[in-house]
Design a protein. Structure first.
Ligand code: FEO
Length: 393
C-alpha cells in the first residue's frame, strides 16, 4: 500500500496486489497489479474509485485514516469490480456518501453490487460538480473498458482521473512512473490485453485529452504519470494506423512438420530484413503474444490438421486475435495435414472481416519437401512486397 499527496489535498491510495497472476480468469499478470483510488479533501470530501474486494478491509482502514472520517461523494469512473467492489463497504462506513457516475454506471452498479438507486447522482457528459475550491468535470468516454466508463478532471489541480485507461498491471513500490523502466512494457501489455479492441474509441478520447491542461495522469492500475506526455504519446503510437515491418508467427506443431516449416520461414523473413517473431503457442505467455500484435503488419499462423481442422490451440489464438482486433494488415497460414481436412478455411472464416488481406497460405501434405520450402520462400517474398507497399521497411 502507498499513500501519497499528489497535489495539495489530493491523495493517491495505491493498493498493491503483488501475487495476483490472473485477471478475469484470462489475462496473465506476471507483475501483479494495483488498484488505485484517489481522495480529494475539499469542502466536500471526494473518493474517486475504490479497490478490489480482495483488498476491501485494508482499503477501508486506510481510507478512514486519510479522510479523517468524512466522505461525501464516491465517484465511480468504471463499474468493474476491481474498482467498484469496495463501494458497498465505503457506503456502509460513510453512510451519507453518495455515488457519482453515469446513467449506465448507475445501472451496472445497481445490478452488480446492489447499490440502491437512491444513492446515485447521475452526471451527463461535460457536467461539473462544485466541491468547494474545485469544480470536478466529467466526460463520458465509453469503452475504456466497458460501455459506461467516464473520466474525471480537476482543472484546479490539472489532474485527470481515468480509471482503466492508461493503466498498467504492475505492482511496484514506486508511486510515480517516471524513472521506472518497467512501466512502458507493462503499459503496452495492458493496452494489448485490455484496450486494443477499443482502439478507435481511444483515438477520439485522446483528442479530448489533448485539449486539457494536465500535470498528472492518475490511472487506477499501476504507477501514476507525473510526465503525462509519456503515456499519451505511447497511446498515440499504439492506436495509430502505423504498423511495423514485423511478422508474428504463433504456431503449434505435433510431430515437427509445422516446426520445420516455421523455422525455415523465419530465416527467410530475417534474410529479407523483416523482424520475425515466432511464438510456440503451447508454451508462450499469451500476454507476450498480445503485445507483439499491437503493431505488427502481418500474422502467420502455423498449425497441423487435427481431426479435420486446426489444432485447438490454433483455434484459441485465432479467436483471441479476432477479439483483440489488432491493426494487422496481412494474415496467412502454414499448415501440415495428413489425410485431409479443412483447416485453412476454418481459420480464415474465423478472422474479422474488414481491412485484413489474406495472403496465399502454404498447405503441405506431411513433412515439407523442396517444393514446399519454395512456397514458404514465396510467402516471405510476398510479405516483403506487401510491407513495401505500406511504405514500411
Ligand atoms: Fe480495471 Fe475494467 O477494470
Amino acid at each position: 500500500m502507498i499513500v501519497q499527496e499528489i497535489k495539495k489535498d489530493v491523495y493517491g491510495i495505491i493498493m498493491n496486489d503483488w501475487d495476483r497472476r490472473l485477471f478475469d480468469e484470462l489475462i496473465p499478470l506476471p507483475d501483479g497489479t494495483t488498484y488505485n483510488a484517489y481522495l480529494i479533501k475539499d469542502k466536500k470530501s471526494v473518493l474517486i474509485d475504490t479497490s478490489d474486494p480482495r483488498k476491501t478491509d485494508k482499503f477501508i482502514s486506510i481510507l478512514k485514516k486519510v479522510s479523517g472520517g468524512k466522505i461525501d461523494y464516491v465517484i465511480s469512473n468504471h463499474s468493474e469490480q476491481d474498482h467498484s467492489g469496495s463501494i458497498p463497504a465505503v457506503l456502509k462506513e460513510f453512510s451519507s456518501a453518495r455515488v457519482i457516475t453515469s446513467d449506465k454506471g448507475a445501472s451496472l452498479l445497481n445490478k452488480l453490487l446492489l447499490v440502491p438507486e437512491d444513492k446515485f447522482i447521475r452526471v451527463k457528459d461535460g457536467e461539473e460538480i462544485d466541491i468547494g475550491e474545485r469544480k470536478l468535470k466529467f466526460f463520458h468516454t465509453p469503452w475504456v473498458h466497458w460501455p459506461e466508463t467516464i473520466i474525471t478532471y480537476s482543472p484546479v489541480d490539472k489532474v485527470l482521473f481515468l480509471c482503466d485507461l492508461f493503466g498498467s498491471h504492475l505492482a511496484t513500490g514506486s508511486f510515480y512512473a517516471s524513472g521506472n523502466d518497467r512501466v512502458y512494457e507493462a503499459a503496452k501489455r495492458y493496452y494489448a490485453e485490455i484496450m486494443m479492441p477499443f482502439r478507435n474509441h481511444i483515438k477520439k478520447h485522446l483528442a479530448l485529452i489533448d485539449g486539457l491542461a494536465i500535470d498528472i495522469i492518475a490511472p487506477s492500475h499501476g504507477p501514476v504519470y507525473n510526465n503525462p506526455q509519456f503515456i499519451v504519446n505511447a497511446y498515440k503510437d499504439w492506436v495509430s494506423d502505423n504498423v511495423k515491418n514485423e511478422v508474428v508467427i504463433p504456431y503449434v506443431s505435433m510431430h515437427g512438420s509445422v516446426n520445420t516449416m516455421v523455422d525455415f520461414f523465419v530465416d527467410k523473413l530475417i534474410e529479407r530484413g523483416i523482424d520475425a517473431k515466432p511464438f510456440n503457442i503451447t508454451v508462450t505467455d499469451i500476454g507476450e503474444l498480445a503485445i507483439s500484435m499491437v503493431d505488427t503488419a502481418t500474422v502467420v499462423l502455423g498449425t497441423p490438421t487435427v481431426l479435420g481442422g486446426p489444432h485447438p490451440s490454433a483455434i484459441y489464438v485465432t479467436y483471441l486475435f479476432k477479439a483483440l482486433r489488432p491493426k494487422t494488415r496481412f494474415v496467412s497460414v502454414i499448415n501440415s495435414f495428413g489425410w485431409g481436412g479443412n483447416t485453412v478455411k476454418l481459420i480464415t472464416d474465423m478472422l474479422p472481416t474488414g481491412d485484413i488481406e489474406i495472403l496465399e497460405p502454404v498447405i503441405v501434405n506431411g513433412y515439407p519437401e523442396e517444393s514446399d520450402f519454395k512456397l514458404l520462400e514465396n510467402l516471405a517474398e510476398n510479405i516483403l512486397k506487401k510491407h513495401r507497399g505500406l511504405n514500411i521497411t
